[in-house]
Design a protein around this ligand. Structure first.
Ligand code: ADE
Length: 227
């Protein structure tokens, strides 16, 4: 997976890249690169945004400076780019990120994430340069950077070898392996603490019964509303 992120704050991604599982992904040959919108802008003083036509608060990322940034990186018209590469804008009103979307994106060879700031993107960017809009929830962040990291995190941990133990990303909440249900409860030592005991079945060493119990717990959690 080759992931490019366009942002006004590329330094935020240094922290993300330094995390253990991301380091694992990089060591396996995957890439996560952050690009500053400002480096390619033809405007003075690194300008990439402007006030909205029609008035109103905030600033809007300009379509011309976005085109310059994408052309500099990919050497082609961004209108053509999106036909062979997922170019994803992080927007609060986009498609809600879930496990299925994370798996879909993890299967891509190459993706581009565009982080908006302030009032977001000029609509023509979304119409002409972007293949998908993704939201991490119906609330508004100060910018798309944290959302991009959430998207990257959930994708990268699905790549073989990234978590160290391949199984751990397979049977987990909302995965296909659990038919979209939340994951079963986990316990570890001590087997009893302040009178709170671990369910006997987990200590039985009986794998088939443990499996059956876990699946039943997972189904129960699917039926009962989340706290
Ligand atoms: N940018 C601002 N808020 C966002 C959200 N909730 N999801 C994705 N991108 C965003």
């Amino acid at each position: 997976m080759r992931a490019d992120v366009f942002t006004l704050f590329p330094q935020w991604f240094e922290w993300f890249r330094s995390q253990r599982h991301v380091q694992n992904a990089l060591a396996l040959g995957h890439t996560v690169d952050a690009f500053d919108f400002r480096t390619a802008t033809p405007l003075k003083w690194g300008q990439v945004d402007d006030t909205p036509f029609g008035g109103g608060a905030g600033m809007v990322l300009r379509v011309d400076t976005m085109e310059a940034a994408l052309r500099e990186r990919y050497g082609e018209d961004p209108v053509a780019l999106k036909s062979h590469r997922r170019v994803i804008a992080l927007t609060p009103a986009g498609r809600l990120l879930d496990d299925a979307l994370a798996s879909e994106l993890a299967a891509e060879e190459e993706i581009t994430l565009l982080c908006g700031r302030y009032e977001g993107f000029d609509e023509r960017i979304l119409e002409h340069f972007v293949s998908d809009q993704v939201s991490i929830g119906r609330y508004v962040l100060a910018g798309g950077e944290l959302a991009a990291m959430v998207v990257l995190d959930t994708m990268l941990r699905k790549l073989p070898g990234v978590l160290g133990d391949d199984e751990s990303a397979v049977e987990e909440s909302f995965s296909e392996a659990l038919e979209g249900a939340p994951e079963y409860p986990h316990y570890t030592r001590p087997a009893e603490w302040r009178g709170w005991a671990v369910p006997d079945v987990l200590l039985s060493g009986h794998h088939a019964r443990v499996d059956e119990w876990r699946r039943a717990q997972s189904r129960l959690r699917a039926e009962r509303p989340l706290p």
